[in-house]
Write a protein that binds this ligand. Structure first.
Ligand SMILES: [Zn+2]
Length: 344
């Protein structure tokens, strides 16, 4: 089969690789019908050291089950499924807590150990716990939004949950990438009254407004902090969704939280330390979050997707075939595309 293989920063190729096989009796193999490129794929795209064996990329997909191992019970051949970016057994203590990304038997797709989903097919470890089967025949028009439940929509929702968004609250979303935009959807869905998007790309801002953003701050650093304060009676916001991962974004996030507020961080951190420890302490700002257990959120978010109440699939502004994936990485890295969908 064909798959996307990254060898080093900037070196992404489409190559023939062996077809995925059932290895463990708990595995499944799915034929991928839609995959996508993630903002977090851009970190290795910018930084990865050369590896002779390469890395099959991709951790977001929907598809059809082609084969299942001998002990797989709930997933059947022909099922249409959502593949969350982490695999999990669904039975351990952390899975029971709804934190499948910490599953004691789990792991992540698109790593050097487990092949990814920017490919014609992918092996799914722990299929019963990992895959979410859709019992309805999903309309083609819904597929982009269903695909976002494998990562970005669940991740934006996680940021909103950790930041304690509830009806009537003021919210700021730091970052206008696909996760930030989904964070706007999540904040609106949870009843936020004011949603301030911090971003500077016209197309993304327009989408954020469509999704429910009430205010836009396009400055950065101190100027951004000042503007958010002006929009919130000088106090700052109740909830901040940090959807970037860079130090400056976290700096801003903590600075615009009001005393007693919360920062939900879902941007993959590119630093080892969290800045602004002292102001966070004196303002009792809770800083939490991390890798989102999107598997836990599918059940909750799915009805709103199926009913068309939320349309996170609108974050995809470019659709390509597998051969277009290297160009898709370039487009996202150059900020010429918000998020690229791969149609197989
Ligand atoms: Zn588990």
């Amino acid at each position: 089969m064909r798959a996307t293989v990254m060898y080093s920063a900037g070196d992404v190729r489409i190559e023939d690789v062996p077809d995925p096989q059932i290895i463990e009796p708990t595995d499944a193999v799915i034929r991928v019908t839609r995959a996508c490129i993630c903002g977090s794929d851009l970190w290795p795209y910018q930084k990865m050291e050369h590896r002779d064996t390469g890395r099959v990329m991709g951790h977001e997909a929907i598809g059809v089950v082609e084969d299942v191992g001998a002990v797989v019970r709930t997933i059947k051949r022909g099922d249409f499924v959502i593949m969350p970016f982490a695999f999990s057994d669904g039975t351990c203590v952390f899975c029971h807590d709804g934190l499948q990304t910490s599953c004691i038997h789990g792991g992540f797709f698109g790593t050097t150990e487990v092949a990814g989903a920017q490919a014609e097919a992918v092996r799914i470890p722990l299929a019963d716990g990992t895959l979410f089967p859709l019992r309805t025949q999903a309309d083609d028009a819904l597929r982009p939004s269903l695909l976002t439940l494998s990562d970005v929509m669940g991740t934006g929702h996680h940021a909103a949950i950790i930041a304690r968004v509830t009806p009537g609250k003021s919210v700021a979303v730091v970052g206008d990438g696909a996760v930030g935009l989904c964070g706007v959807i999540a904040a609106k869905r949870l009843g936020a009254e004011q949603i301030i998007i911090l971003g500077r790309h016209a197309d993304r801002i327009a989408l954020a407004k469509d999704f429910g953003a009430t205010d836009v701050v396009s400055e950065r650093g101190d100027a951004a902090v000042e503007q958010v304060r002006e929009l919130t009676h000088g106090y700052g916001v109740h909830s901040v969704l940090e959807c970037v991962g860079l130090e400056q974004a976290m700096n801003t996030a903590i600075s615009i939280a009001r005393p007693g507020g919360a920062v939900g961080r879902v941007g993959v951190p590119q630093e080892q330390t969290i800045p602004r420890s002292e102001p966070a302490f004196y303002n009792n700002v809770m800083v939490g979050g991390g890798v989102a257990p999107v598997r836990a959120y599918i059940e909750d978010l799915l009805p709103d997707v199926l009913e068309g109440n939320i349309e996170p699939g609108r974050v995809f502004d470019r659709t390509i075939g597998l051969d277009g994936v290297p160009g898709g990485y370039r487009a996202m890295n150059d900020r010429k595309a918000i998020k690229v969908m791969v149609k197989l």
